[in-house]
Design a protein around this ligand. Structure first.
Ligand code: NAP
Ligand code: MG
Length: 396
């Protein structure tokens, strides 16, 4: 059998700990036997980030910008403990934070749905993808403790003068917060959401609290509506999908009663809170995928989970671990499918489809990793990561 060719490379960002072990196994067992992998390799493992003073992370972002497609392994975000464990020169920032800042994208998180694995909300038979606006609001807020009696004001000093509004006349102690957002950031978020929903042919929901926040949240609502009317309406109609705005409270209630199958765009705080609720309701963090979609048309795929440190320490002691490689595998299939689409390489795109189907069929036929056993309806066999990948290769 001749291997599938890749016309253009993708950026390959390696990572840390257990996911670094899975990364190698995935390539050896289910990718390299079938595809002539064409990647530009960047080692984002913590030792290499330390050796290069984190330059490697910037080079990787640059490569994604240039090549249009990237796939990333989970990486350690160092804390005090890691400083000693890895004898680091300094406490490097989160690689995902650096990549997002350089590529200015929106993160979409969606679960892998496997028939026969329980979801805590049985009505959710299709994925719900959460898109969180990752700029501003309470995450960039300025706060103040009010010591006592006094007047709090909102003051804007512009080129054409000063605007002020009274926030509150305090008669005693209290608290204050000032937050902001930028119109260009809201527009680029809205565009990423409209594009992603079109790309995946799913309805798009957006929700906010515009009834209470008549300027701030209303600006978000108005921006989405304006871009929809001027740029997306006819493309959505042609694709048979809809854009739908509703109040956040109503969206939460509808979501629980829905069957899934839509993209839900949210403001920063709403997305932070609800993405954790939605991923745990779907059953397992190990089945959650994540993609960064950039306004420049670049895509970076990864698993939503971390480096699975506890399993790695067991691996280092020589134990075989039953770590779930699904989300990391789907990061690869996502990237290969996108490369195939961008290059008009139907063989590569259909390989990604077949590999995903083989992985899902492996679980359906009863071969699982430890974390999935608890969610499984009926009898199943728990195997280690390597045997699980070999079973997938067999099906493929
Ligand atoms: P984590 O690696 O996601 O693991 C948390 C727990 O979830 C694991 O101990 C394991 O539970 C379970 N789990 C996660 N993925 C699994 C999988 N594929 N298969 C089976 N079980 C899985 O989160 P963490 O322990 O908070 O963070 C570890 C490191 O990852 C940290 O250094 C953090 O900085 C980094 N991190 C990176 C990213 C990223 O690069 N995107 C994201 C988050 C965290 P059991 O131990 O109970 O089996
Ligand atoms: Mg959160």
């Amino acid at each position: 059998m001749s291997k599938i060719k890749m016309l253009n490379p993708i950026a390959e960002l390696d990572g840390d700990e257990m996911t670094r072990i899975l990364w190698k196994q995935i390539k050896e067992i289910v990718l390299e036997p079938f595809v002539d992998l064409n990647t530009e390799y960047y080692d984002l493992g913590l030792r290499e980030r330390d050796r290069t003073d984190d330059e490697i992370t910037k080079q990787a972002a640059e490569a994604i910008r240039r090549l249009g497609v990237g796939v990333k392994c989970a990486t350690i975000t160092p804390n005090a403990g890691r400083m000693t464990e890895y004898d680091l020169k300094r406490m490097y920032p989160s690689p995902n934070g650096t990549l997002r800042a350089m590529l200015d994208g929106t993160v979409f998180r969606s679960p892998i749905i496997v028939p026969g694995l329980k979801s805590y909300i049985p009505g959710w038979v299709k994925p719900i993808t959460v898109a969180r606006h990752a700029y501003g609001d309470v995450y960039k807020a300025v706060e103040m403790a009010v010591p006592g009696k006094g007047k709090a004001e909102l003051v804007f000093t512009g080129e054409d003068g000063v605007q002020r509004k009274t926030i509150y006349e305090f008669s005693g102690k209290g608290i204050l917060q000032g937050m902001h957002n930028r119109l260009d950031s809201i527009e680029s978020f809205a565009r990423s959401c409209f594009e992603y929903a079109l790309d995946t042919r799913q309805d798009l929901w957006f929700s906010s609290k515009d009834t209470i926040s008549k300027i701030y949240d209303e600006t978000f609502r108005e921006t989405f509506q304006r871009l929809y009317d001027s740029e997306y309406k006819s493309r959505y109609e042609a694709a048979g999908i809809t854009y739908f705005y509703t109040l956040i409270d109503d969206a939460v209630a509808r979501c629980v009663k829905s069957q899934g199958g839509f993209v839900w765009a949210m403001k920063n705080y709403d997305g932070d809170v609800l993405s954790d609720m939605i991923s745990s309701a779907f059953g397992s963090l190990a089945l959650m995928t994540s993609v960064l979609v950039c306004p420049g048309g670049q895509y970076e795929y990864e698993a939503a989970h971390g480096t699975v440190t506890r399993h790695y320490y067991r691996y280092l002691k020589g134990e075989k671990t039953s770590t779930n490689p699904m989300a990391t595998l789907f990061a690869w299939t996502g990237a290969l499918r996108k490369r195939g689409e961008k290059d008009g390489n139907a063989d590569l795109a259909s390989f990604a489809d077949r590999l995903e189907k083989a992985a899902i069929d492996t679980i359906v036929s009863g071969t699982v990793t430890g974390d999935m056993a608890a969610l499984y309806n009926g009898a199943c066999t728990v195997v280690d990561s390597e045997s699980f990948l070999k079973a997938i290769a067999e099906k493929l």
